[in-house]
Design a protein around this ligand. Sequence first.
Ligand SMILES: NC(=O)c1ccc[n+]([C@@H]2O[C@H](COP(=O)([O-])OP(=O)(O)OC[C@H]3O[C@@H](n4cnc5c(N)ncnc54)[C@H](OP(=O)(O)O)[C@@H]3O)[C@@H](O)[C@H]2O)c1
Length: 306
Amino acid sequence: MPKSYVFTEHGGPEVETFIDRPHPVAGPGQLVVEVRAAGVNPADWKRRAGFRPPGVAPVELPAVLGGEVAGVVAQVGEGVGGFAVGDSVFGNTVTGGYAEYTVLAAEVTAHKPDRLSFADAATLPIAAATAYDGVHQLGLPPGATLLITGVGGGVGVAAAQIARHVGLTVIGTASAGKKDFVESLGVIHVEPGPDVADRVQAAAPEGVDAVYDLVGGAALEEVAGVVADKSKLITAADRTTVARLGGAGVERARNRVVLDAVARLAADGVLNPFVTQTFPLEQAARALRTVEDGHARGKVVIEVTR
Ligand SMILES: NC(=O)c1ccc[n+]([C@@H]2O[C@H](COP(=O)([O-])OP(=O)(O)OC[C@H]3O[C@@H](n4cnc5c(N)ncnc54)[C@H](OP(=O)(O)O)[C@@H]3O)[C@@H](O)[C@H]2O)c1
């Protein structure tokens, strides 16, 4: 039976384990995919820990970790058009990503461009798509200035590149060790921490037009005042704090149009997901700890070999 990395109850890393699960079957509108690569995201450990966004159903246990994959179609469910067995695809999973096989909803699955590796494609459905959705939600004109907090992580590096591509000036907070990395993306680096708003204002004497927060909590509160128009204050990390500050959460499109758009950007070389670390499925725990530590650089990906 195919192997999956799951959590058996809500808690810390100790509730994670490998189990063999029956081969999945594609329901109507679904695809079974042989996983080649799975993106690792903060949402994976948050789900395991029991955080559940409002309106999201409780998870059925044991639950497979991971939410985004790239792989090869192994079975096509009823009513699905445009996909065939053997196609290389990527998308958001229904049954979890850290696994040899998973189920994708066809409507949030797209074909992988040949030029993209499975590892790069596996980072697009969550990190790159969230970056894309946020930058488009802000709708800033070319020449405007965007502040991204947590710019050195998975969503941040994608958001910075997408924003630069549409002509924005990008200021980003990241720890000192990521300065050269984020500057290589054309980002004006600012160190987070006390008085960060002053440093941001010094880096943007003409003012900041919008904030895309990817950290939440105090890091979000510290910079919220740099934008007067709170419709230009958004977060992917902390809906509670942003609501109190008058801003909004990022609105996720979760559709194939966005998946195709980010894949095109990646295939055209506009968007490099910066997969900085890969781990075999057997080392899924190490992969998730790398992200759970809270200081990932670019993306961490699990590769599945047979
Ligand atoms: N709503 C959605 O659909 C959605 C989708 C994707 C992600 N998210 C959320 O968005 C957030 C970011 O996701 P991600 O995948 O980019 O995470 P990630 O890859 O773990 O990156 C987080 C980055 O934040 C930096 N950071 C940590 N504390 C910081 C601080 N105080 N100030 C500035 N930077 C700080 C980290 O490195 P350094 O500290 O070294 O700079 C790291 O580079 C997470 O909360 C995630 O759950 C939401």
